[in-house]
Design a protein around this ligand. Structure first.
Ligand SMILES: [Zn+2]
Length: 529
């Protein structure tokens, strides 16, 4: 089931500084959005064909950059209502709002609006700071060009469309503190940019200098920050290998043979001076080497690896842990235990050598000597697999949900390893964790609204259960018949897996005595299948 990764779509984003030049504009993407919903990001979006028609003056690299600047300017206007054009100062706030309405209701294209109102884009107002590409693990990918620009005087950005909320200018340091304090998730390139901005925008002890809208080549700080942003992007060739969800949480997606549309399994490195590795799953050499390089850098800083954990028995969750263990032993002389739930260890007895079993309630104390950091509580959450483990830190609100809940791909509940009743109990339990904020599943991006995500999983399963029961009552006798009636929204390639989930629903309904002995024969057959 080797999936091809999605081809990145061209996109632009704008790093908009306030007029004083000490704050940057960010906003929270609507949590409902499929791509990085709930994350904080800069305004930006996909290149449109009509962006080529937008006229730009003074573009030294017209072929390459003009349409991307045009896209960034259009997106900034669409999303936060800021019009980064020349001639715009003569427009009132009301007129800008009316133009915005023309644009988003498709009455006029952005090119037509500019032409009609005699407005124009001056390429010299934009500072190219490089591009970043969404990593391959994502099913939606962008190659996004970033431009630094200054907000024109007398324009106040606002949430101009429902995709963006909490639009604000913020000091980069303050933005990073919100991230450190587990208040927000930040889109990876935005986080990288904020770190560079924090070093450059707040370091000036003289306070801010007034930056003019057309100050290209005039303000040294602008030139420095642009140069540094661009160098960072170029040094990484625009590639992002892993994501920091918090200073103490690294998500390192590893290529595995998993269920489509997912192509990767998330390996999490949690903690700092003391850390654990969850699901070093890839059997691929290049993937392992990449992970080893990062883990090595932690060890070289003097951090201590406490354990390598396997969340459960499925093949996309183990395979690299013994190689990592051997690597750390060979290179640093370390003896790192591989741990899992006893049920997982029993199932993988011939494949992985475990040094320790962990159970419900086991705590991984990863706090630093000053008492700061994660204290991970082990949750035994059967349902998807009998020995499935999840981990939770109540202070930061991070739930590592394993395969219980993911943001990419579907969860199969296949009896006898899978049990629907247990699964729903596990979901219910995770949903009610105190101070729950962020959900880090084994596949796809972290989720900013953990509780909402788990609730939607529960609702979806119960809806399916109702449909399965209905189909069963109406005479669908085999799992395949039920799947054909109920799972009309999936491709036939997934029927076999869906049939297992149907068997799991029937098993639950039978145990709850909602369906009765007349169906027992069917139930036994389902169980065997
Ligand atoms: Zn699994």
């Amino acid at each position: 089931m080797n999936q091809k990764s999605a081809v990145p779509k061209d996109a632009s984003a704008i790093i908009l500084l306030n007029h004083a030049g000490d704050k940057v504009l960010w906003a929270q993407r609507n949590p409902q959005l499929a791509f990085l919903g709930g994350y904080h990001a800069f305004p930006g979006g996909k290149l449109e064909i009509s962006d080529q028609l937008i006229k730009i003056k003074n573009c030294t690299d017209a072929e390459q950059l003009a349409r991307f600047i045009a896209c960034a300017v259009r997106e900034a206007f669409e999303e936060v209502g800021v019009l980064l054009v020349r001639g715009g100062e003569k427009l009132t706030k009301g007129q800008r709002a009316s133009l915005h309405d023309d644009l988003i209701s498709n009455r006029m294209t952005f090119a037509e609006i500019l032409e009609h109102w005699n407005l124009w884009i001056n390429a010299a107002d934009f500072f190219y700071t490089g591009f970043w590409t969404t990593p391959k693990f994502s099913t939606v990918r962008f190659k996004t060009r970033f431009f630094l620009a200054i907000c024109p005087p007398k324009q106040e950005p606002y949430a101009a469309i429902s995709e963006m909320q909490n639009v604000e200018f913020i000091r980069p340091d303050d933005a990073l503190n919100e991230w450190k304090n587990s208040k927000v998730l930040i889109a990876p390139p935005v986080l990288l940019s904020l770190k560079t901005l924090a070093e450059n925008l707040t370091a000036d002890k003289r306070g801010f200098t007034q930056i003019k809208y057309d100050s290209k080549n005039k303000d040294q700080r602008l030139r420095t920050v642009t140069k540094n942003l661009l160098e960072n992007s170029q040094a990484a060739d625009g590639q992002i290998r892993y994501m920091e969800l918090n200073p103490r949480v690294v998500c390192f997606p590893l290529k595995t043979e998993t269920l489509p549309p997912a192509t990767h399994t998330n390996c999490f490195i949690v903690g700092r001076k003391k850390f654990i590795v969850i699901d070093a799953a890839s059997t691929d050499d290049a993937e392992q080497n990449a992970l080893h390089t990062l883990v090595d850098s932690f060890i070289e800083k003097g951090f201590a690896c406490r354990a390598v954990i396997t969340t459960h028995l499925h093949r996309d969750h183990f395979g690299g842990e013994m190689i990592l263990q051997k690597h750390l032993q060979g290179k640093f002389g370390l003896e790192i235990p591989i741990v899992a739930h006893r049920l997982t260890a029993e199932s993988l007895a011939n494949k992985v050598e475990f040094q320790k079993f962990i159970e419900e309630g086991e705590v991984f104390d990863l706090k630093d000597e000053n008492g700061a950091g994660f204290q991970l509580q082990t949750l035994h959450t059967p349902g998807h697999a009998r020995g499935l483990l999840a981990f939770y830190d109540a202070e930061f609100g991070f739930l590592f949900s394993g395969d219980n809940v993911v943001s990419s791909g579907s969860i199969v509940i296949a009896p006898p390893e899978g049990n629907m009743k247990d699964y729903l109990n596990s979901l219910e339990r995770m949903k009610n964790l105190p101070n729950l904020r962020f959900l880090c599943g084994s596949h796809g991006a972290a989720v900013s609204d953990a509780k909402g995500k788990i609730e939607s999983y529960i609702a979806h399963r119960l809806e399916r259960e109702g449909q399965v029961l209905e189909a069963f009552k109406n005479g669908a006798k085999t799992p395949r018949e039920i799947v054909q009636r109920v799972y009309t929204d999936i491709s036939s390639a997934l029927y076999e897996l869906a049939e297992k989930s149907v068997a799991a629903h029937l098993e639950k309904l039978y145990e709850e005595e909602i369906i009765h002995e007349v169906t027992r024969r069917n139930h036994e057959e389902f169980k065997k299948s």
